[in-house]
Design a protein around this ligand. Structure first.
Ligand code: SF4
Length: 344
């Protein structure tokens, strides 16, 4: 065991039930080796209030630790080893710009429901909460978009345009009823007339990792591996999703590999740390290959060294803080999601 791994093991033993470590599927194997729970961002955040631990360490990117802090019970402290691990998609939707765009789009009295993907800041979730909107994940985006379309005169979906279009297609919402917003110049270039005619307004954000996986890569993978089964994440462009055999969240992609017949070749379009782990897990039984071997640089910022350093100073470390008003409004948006998804 190397130095960082033995320091983490020793600190986990010393802290005992006072500590729980959560890790996203896109974390490296070296980090995942030390987590108590592994999952996607929302699965992990939703575990937080049920954990007895006083210190929750979230290995992922910053918006995930913020979501966990929003859902934490009083007295629980959420930490992240790498507060500088941002998310390019989340950064594409600053809360102040969202507020200004919403003001322009609703100036004529339109009731527009903002629906944010969970990959967004606490402030963006709070803006959605304050404006009758909610949050969605890649697993429940279809349910949540259908819900949001019933709450007002239209929906503003953000930050991920690919997820929005893929979900709209799944709901049969025709392209003529959608409008891609031009948010350049602080929202001064919005085409308000075109926006007024559309039911679904698309924020022009994307995941810098999944957006690189194109339909051409799908065709190349099928040519290189005839008969392969190919599944991608819905943050990939619509042409990629249309060319794949299946699309779904990280949990879906894990299940896709589990349920594939023995001996099959599987090509998976998502972040490479997860695909590499699946390849090792099924080695000798199924061949699991990445559609593109792309790693998220922000996810890779969390290392065993960083985790060990945080655990060494945990009692003195400043936890992730979200101010009370933001927490309350973001919680409202999250609660609407939980209610809409629990409805029969
Ligand atoms: S994989 Fe994409 S969405 Fe996930 S943290 Fe990285 S940039 Fe953000």
């Amino acid at each position: 065991m190397n130095d960082s791994a033995s320091r983490i093991t020793a600190r986990r033993a010393a802290l005992g039930p006072r500590l729980a470590i959560l890790g996203h599927h896109y974390q490296s194997d070296e980090v995942v080796a030390h987590v108590d729970f592994r999952g996607d961002s929302l699965e992990l955040s939703r575990r937080v209030p049920d954990l007895a631990a006083e210190h929750i360490v979230f290995c992922g990117v910053f918006f995930m630790a913020e979501s966990a802090a929003i859902l934490a019970r009083p007295g629980q402290k959420v930490h992240t080893p790498e507060p500088g691990a941002g998310c390019t998609m989340s950064n594409m939707a600053p809360a102040a710009l969202l507020e200004s765009v919403l003001r322009s789009l609703t100036a004529q009295g339109r009731k527009l429901i903002p629906l944010t993907y969970v990959n967004s800041s606490a402030q963006v979730k709070a803006v959605c909460g304050r404006n009758g909107g909610s949050v969605c994940t890649s697993a429940n985006a279809k349910t949540m978009l259908a819900w949001a379309l019933k709450q007002g005169d239209g929906v503003l979906f953000l930050p991920d345009k690919n997820l929005a279009v893929n979900t709209a297609q799944a709901l049969g919402l025709v392209p003529e009823r959608r409008h891609a917003l031009d948010i350049r110049g602080g929202g001064r270039r919005l085409d308000l007339e075109a926006a007024r005619r559309a039911d679904l307004l698309l924020w022009p954000g994307c995941c810098s990792i999944h957006h690189q996986m194109t339909a051409r890569h799908v065709q190349a993978a099928r040519a290189a591996h005839p008969g392969c089964l190919l599944a991608v994440h819905p943050e990939c462009p619509p042409g990629t999703v249309a060319a794949a055999d299946a699309a779904g969240s990280t949990s879906f992609l894990i299940r896709f590999c589990q349920e594939a017949p023995e001996g099959s070749t599987l090509v998976i379009g998502t972040e490479a740390a997860l695909v590499d782990r699946l390849a090792k897990e099924y080695a000798g039984r199924k061949t699991v290959l990445p559609l593109r071997p792309v790693r998220c640089a922000n996810m890779a910022k969390t290392t065993p060294e960083g985790l060990a350093a945080l655990l060494d100073r945990l009692d003195a470390a400043a936890p992730v803080r979200v101010d009370p008003r933001t927490t309350e409004d973001a919680n409202l948006a999250l609660r609407r999601m939980l209610e809409a998804c629990a409805a029969p």
